[in-house]
Design a protein around this ligand. Structure first.
Ligand code: G
Ligand code: G
Ligand code: MN
Ligand code: NA
Length: 250
């Protein structure tokens, strides 16, 4: 298809860029990290969102190359921010195909070595659906990622096949509470409260996604949620705008 050809061109010409959505801590809203979200700078159409190209990349076998470029950009950026004295946790999304790929670990390891990025402050976001393979591959993959020094976040928690045994079995450090729980009506709030309780029992860092109102923020702070992302604070933005928010210059 034409879009497929365009995607190949775009990968060859490095037309993909990362936007960064700040992650904030506490009442004061200090920036403690960011989620990297890929965007396509299309020569004619402007910025294109991942919903329009990630599924196609998956379908035509380009997701691995896209994932490599994404991780490379994230690692370079994180190396630069670290060198400038910022201590930020940067998270990167992995697609199911990347997670299953035999070459993933070698790719990540190479990129970490090449960019000099300290793995400690990089977090990979995976989703529940990636864990339901019958064998022990997902567990071995996560353990190997952890052995590289990367941390693992469970993204969109509560929206997939929530086998709670996963929380015990897999080495997550962060649990991202899906925005449908964060944005719950007061009657639905006990569910989110239970999820935060689960995090505390399991020693997982709870991060609330999709925080859009001050009252959601207040309620979640009261529950003990430590970190927040959402339009209330900031939308995903280019690196230079993010640096502007950080202040101090990079
Ligand atoms: O901002 P938003 O439209 O960026 O992201 C939409 C979806 O695309 C989210 O589910 C997000 O996890 C996914 N996504 C964004 N960036 C990346 C990326 O770099 N790699 C992968 N695999 N998924 C991404
Ligand atoms: O699936 P994942 O959680 O990785 O995707 C994050 C998506 O959520 C991105 O598309 C991002 O742009 C979007 N997002 C971030 N903050 C908010 C928010 O406050 N409200 C809504 N509706 N979407 C958000
Ligand atoms: Mn995510
Ligand atoms: Na997310």
């Amino acid at each position: 298809t034409q879009l497929e050809d365009e995607l190949r061109e775009a990968l060859a010409h490095r037309q993909f860029e990362l936007f960064y959505q700040p992650r904030l801590a506490g009442w004061a809203g200090r920036i403690v990290g960011a989620e990297a979200l890929v965007r396509w700078r299309h020569p004619r159409r402007g910025w294109v969102l991942p919903a329009e190209f990630i599924p196609l990349c998956e379908a035509v076998g380009l997701i691995r190359e896209l994932g490599r470029q994404v991780f490379e950009m994230a690692a370079r950026q994180q190396a630069a921010w670290t060198a400038a004295g910022h201590r930020l946790r940067l998270s990167v999304n992995l697609s199911p195909t990347e997670f299953r790929d035999e070459g993933l670990l070698a790719d990540l390891q190479n990129t970490l070595a090449r960019t000099g990025c300290p793995p400690r402050m990089l977090e990979l976001e995976i989703t529940e659906s990636m864990l339901i393979d019958g064998d022990d591959r997902p567990l071995r993959t996560l353990q190997a990622l952890q052995a590289l020094g990367l941390s693992i976040a469970l993204d969109d928690f509560g929206t997939g096949y929530s086998n709670l045994a996963y929380l015990q079995r897999f080495p997550f450090s962060t649990l991202k509470i899906d925005r449908r729980f964060v944005q719950a009506s007061p009657a639905e709030r006990p569910l989110c409260e239970a999820i935060v309780g689960l995090c505390s029992a399991m020693k997982l860092r709870p991060v609330a996604e999709g925080v859009e109102t001050a009252s959601q923020h207040d309620w979640l702070l009261g529950l003990g949620v430590e970190e927040f992302q959402g339009y209330l604070f900031a939308r995903p933005m280019p690196a230079d705008e993010f640096e502007h928010l950080l202040g101090g210059g990079v």
